[in-house]
Ligand binder design. Structure first.
Ligand SMILES: *[C@@H]1O[C@H](CO)[C@@H](O)[C@H](O)[C@H]1NC(C)=O
Length: 485
């Protein structure tokens, strides 16, 4: 009896503490501040805007000193980033890592609450073997430099991955990483595990909808009433794609033994407009996705595999980035406009008393997707490809085979760019110029030639140095066309 009462009191205490945590800080809501734009407001205005919202963290892709400074004494947590192009020097030269910390962290910390340094962005899916191999040493050197500055543990170090690091994400319980990446990810995950830094990933239900544009899928992606999808291994019914994607990552981490490594959603979002041939972008959908996502996070319900807590989530994005290349939607993810008004209201403003929240998830009794039968549904024999990878399922990209020499890559680069394709994206100032390596430039050009030449198998041969891949090699603002429209 006493034990029971103790337990009851304990549970009460827990929910009490949780309630305090929810009302006092929603530190799980962050936002991405991409700066590929020429119409952004001054940093001081952006800092003021953020302070007027319940957004508690901001992710910068680089380490813009003006923005870091403007966030001083605001209490807003800041993720900063080391560029892909800095990885080779960070990896090979501990002094470069030290000077990176000396110029990008020391002058601002702790007034500016830098919480994490991202080394590179989506490097593991860049197809640049060199860069991929240098990522862990770079991460370690940044950590060492922080330790030497007595900032180890105060500021974490990690890197951001695209969902394409997963080979399989459906059903969520069967989530697994791409076998080619497992060895490298193991190193990175051991680092995450040892230093308590998170595994960061960019799930985009928006792209999953693009590859499967049915009304039920849209509702599933937007946290709106839908039949749900049953994970046949666990019999868990998922009612939204976000949870399913995050749990697929959880499963993949668990399968490798990293049950304690925390997941952070470094990017997720929905564009409010796009080109006429894009499915999904609209103000209504963007508002529903982001608004319902925030409501979901605030509810603290968690995901089926991680109940009772909300995964730290950085919305994409603060403003439109008008200088981005690629599809129209790439320039239309902004939740705020450069004049600091909201593109659409999702109740982020602190002053909005009763925020007009979009409809919260499925309370309507949904019909199960597969009828609840007494015999367990068999595990689907053929694993589906990763549907949330940022392009339709059937899309494929032509990529260089692993282990090519620089000379072979250069030959392919010259060949491809000599055949009438537009190689300006890999020239200085182009979206795909960085990392400025022959491997990266060749990969871009080879794919573009393949897509342009008609996407026949023989267009992706390059004297048997190329192969087709279903992993989208796009990164940052560099979009590798898939030509599957
Ligand atoms: C994670 O770290 C803990 C202790 O910090 C250690 O006991 C455990 O073995 C590590 N897990 C893996 C998979 O390396």
């Amino acid at each position: 009896m006493a034990a029971l009462r103790f337990a009851t009191a304990f549970v009460f205490l827990l929910s009490f503490l949780r309630a305090i945590k929810v009302s006092k800080c929603q530190s799980f809501i962050g936002i991405n501040y991409g700066q590929v734009a020429d119409n952004l407001p001054p940093p001081s205005e952006t800092a003021k805007l953020l302070q007027s919202t319940s957004i508690e963290k901001v992710r910068l892709y680089g380490a813009d000193p003006a923005m870091i400074k403007a966030l001083a004494n605001t209490g807003i947590g800041i993720m900063i980033g080391a560029a892909d192009g800095d990885i080779p020097a960070l990896a090979s030269d501990p002094n470069f890592a030290k000077s990176w910390i000396n110029s990008n962290v020391i002058p601002f910390y702790p007034a500016s609450k830098i919480i994490l340094i991202n080394v590179g962005n989506e490097v593991m899916t860049s197809n640049d073997q060199n860069l991929m191999n240098q990522l862990l040493p770079a991460v370690q050197n940044v950590q060492n430099a922080l330790n030497e500055a007595s900032l180890g543990g105060k500021i974490k170090v990690s890197t951001v991955h695209s969902m394409a690091v997963l080979r399989q994400s459906e059903p969520p319980s069967a989530g697994m990483f791409h076998p080619n990446l497992v060895q490298m990810l193991k190193g990175l995950l051991s680092f995450n595990n040892a230093t308590g830094s998170p595994f960061e990933i960019n799930p985009y239900p928006y792209f999953a909808y693009g590859s499967d544009p049915r009304p039920d899928t849209l509702n599933y992606c937007l946290f709106q009433p839908n039949p749900g999808r049953v994970d046949s291994n666990t019999n868990i019914k998922y009612t939204n794609m976000f949870d399913a994607q995050v749990d697929a990552v959880r499963s993949a981490l668990n399968a490798m033994g990293f049950k304690d490594v925390e997941i952070v959603v470094a990017e997720t979002g929905w564009p409010y407009k796009g080109d006429s041939n894009e499915v999904g972008p609209s103000i209504e959908n963007a508002k529903a996705y982001n608004g319902n996502l925030i409501a979901h996070l605030r509810s603290m319900v968690g995901t089926p595999l991680m109940p009772g807590k909300s995964v730290d989530t950085y919305l994409f994005a603060l403003y439109d980035e008008d200088l981005k290349s690629g599809a129209g939607s790439e320039r239309a993810f902004g939740i705020y406009k450069p004049d600091l008004t909201a593109t659409y209201d999702i109740g982020l403003s602190k002053s909005s008393q009763a925020p007009s929240m979009p409809k919260t998830p499925a309370t309507a009794a949904p019909t199960p997707v597969s009828p609840a039968s007494p015999t367990p549904t068999p595990v689907s024999p053929s694993p589906k490809p990763v549907s949330p990878s940022p392009k339709p399922n059937k899309a494929s990209w032509c990529v260089p085979k692993v282990g090519l020499s620089a000379a072979q890559l250069q030959t392919n680069l010259d060949y491809a760019c000599g055949h009438g394709i537009d190689c300006s994206p890999i020239q200085p100032g182009g979206a795909c110029f960085d990392p400025n390596t022959v491997a990266s430039h060749a990969a871009y050009a080879m794919n573009l030639l393949y897509q342009t030449a008609g996407r026949n198998p023989w267009n992706c041969d390059f004297s048997q140095t190329a192969t087709l891949s279903s992993n989208n090699p796009s990164y940052n603002n560099c979009v590798y066309p898939a030509g599957s429209t």
